[in-house]
Design a protein around this ligand. Sequence first.
Ligand SMILES: [Cu+2]
Length: 121
Amino acid sequence: MDCPEPNPNDDPDAGAFDLVGPFKLDPVIIKPDPARLGRHVVNLDVKDARESPVRGALVTIDPEMPSMGHGSSEQAVVSELGRGAYQACPVTLQMPGPWVVTIKAARGGASGVRVVSYVVQ
Ligand SMILES: [Cu+2]
């Protein structure tokens, strides 16, 4: 699948001075769903502990197969979509079996992490 073109639509610094950790990464939506062999798009919202959207965060995504000790065959590019929404693509799950995807978001000394599991058929 192709990666959608990001379309940022607001100021990444809006509200940046008032953020409180830990951040919440929710929801995390993978497409296609259920995850299957190949490339995916992952969309997520990042909010701070008071539910304010976290714009301008450094977001990383790290897919791994812990049972086999390897990661993804491709590096996902993370794009900011505005209002605390982010897109990671391509999130490539190149083997069938259990995957663990660790997503981290940080800004201004506060951060959050979310770990999501997928079983690729
Ligand atoms: Cu593997």
